[in-house]
Structure formats: C-alpha cells, structure tokens
Design a binder for this molecule. Structure first.
Ligand code: HEC
Length: 173
C-alpha cells in the first residue's frame, strides 16, 4: 500500500513538472516568435471606408481599405496609437479597364476593380502581438486561407517605417 502511494506521488509530481514545462514553453514561444492572424474577421465587408489605393509596378491593383468601428473612431478622432480592438483590412483587386463604362464615355478612360486577389489585415492587440508593435498581420488568398508564414515575415518590419503606428493609409476626407 505504502509503495503504491509513493509511486502515485512520484507520478503526480512528474505530471505537474511536465505541465509546468509545457506552459513555460508556450509562454517562451509567445514572447519570441511573431504571431499572425489566421482567420478573416467576420462582417469585414460591411465595415466603413478608410481609403483606396492604386498600386502600379508589378502589382497593378486596387486596394480598398476598410476599418471596423474601433478603427474608424480612432481615425476620425486622430487617436494614436490605435486602441486595442482596431482592425484595418485591405481588399485587393486586379486593376482592369471597363469596356462597359468606356462605351458610355466614348473614351478608354475607365478602370475598375476586377477579380479579387487577396485580403491583408492588421489587428491591434498590444499584448497578444507585442512582438510586432501591437499589430497582428494577416494575409489571405481568395479562398480565405492564410498564406505561408514565410510570406508574413516582411509585414511588420516594413509597416514599422510608418510614422502613424504601423499604419500607412490615411483617412480619406
Ligand atoms: C515594403 C513595405 C511593405 C510590406 C513588406 C508590407 N506592406 Fe502593407 N502596406 C505598405 C504600404 C506603403 C501601404 C499603403 C499603400 C497601399 O495601400 O498599398 C500598405 C498598406 C497595408 C494595409 C492597409 C493599412 C495600412 O497600414 O495602410 C494593410 C492591412 C497591409 N498593408 C497589410 C500588410 C501585410 C499583412 C503584409 C505582409 C504580408 C504587408 N502589409 C507587407 C507597405 C508594406
């Protein structure tokens, strides 16, 4: 009986040590490695407009930048840094001529968003994403799936060059 309970105590001690090690490892990973956003937030298509952008060069695309309520409020009130809970999403589309519009105008002047190419976003959570300036970055294909982590490493270092809390896009008046 005594031997049995000694064994039980030893086992229990082992289990506790292992549990502690697992927790400690989780925390170490969280502090050192950047964490990325792996899910597109629901309802983003109904968010309000921050601005638009047109990239030429290799991209040749339109960006439509939307913000959730927290982000829009911060933009309108000029609150910097952005508060936790702010989410800014950039919807990217091919930049294509509109034959339909051009016919009406009588001139080849109209360009509109074509098929979607990807969604990029930034989520502010100063604790969770402390390794990357308090912003979690996300990059999703048209299927809504996150891209490979290797493609995510450049986001934060480049966005850190912004003088407005990792965000480049200004609120369009
Ligand atoms: C070489 C620098 C650079 C890299 C790398 C980069 N971005 Fe950006 N990003 C910009 C610039 C400049 C803008 C504003 C112009 C525009 O909309 O294209 C921008 C705009 C954005 C926006 C709209 C909000 C804002 O900050 O203006 C989001 C969201 C975004 N990027 C996410 C990402 C994600 C996610 C990655 C990594 C996969 C990434 N970016 C990589 C430079 C960069």
């Amino acid at each position: 009986m005594k031997a049995k309970s000694a064994l039980a105590t030893t086992l229990l001690a082992l289990v506790s040590v292992t549990a502690c090690l697992v927790i400690a490892r989780g925390q170490a990973d969280e502090n050192s490695a950047p964490i990325y956003v792996t899910k597109v937030p629901s309802g983003y298509r109904d968010w309000r407009l921050v601005s638009v952008a047109n990239e030429e060069g290799n991209l040749h695309s339109f960006a439509i930048v939307l913000g959730n309520d927290v982000a829009i409020k911060a933009y309108r009130e000029g609150t910097l840094p952005f508060p936790d809970g702010a989410i800014i999403v950039a919807l990217h589309y091919k930049h294509v001529p509109s034959e339909e519009n051009n016919k009406v105008f009588g001139d080849a002047q109209s360009f509109v968003p074509g098929s979607p190419t990807n969604i990029q976003l930034e989520v502010k959570d100063s604790n969770k994403y402390s390794a990357t300036g308090g912003w979690g970055f996300g990059f999703f294909g048209t299927d809504g799936k996150p891209v490979a982590e290797a493609q995510m490493k450049s986001c934060a270092p480049c966005h850190a060059k912004s003088s407005t809390d990792f965000v480049f896009t200004h609120y369009a008046p």
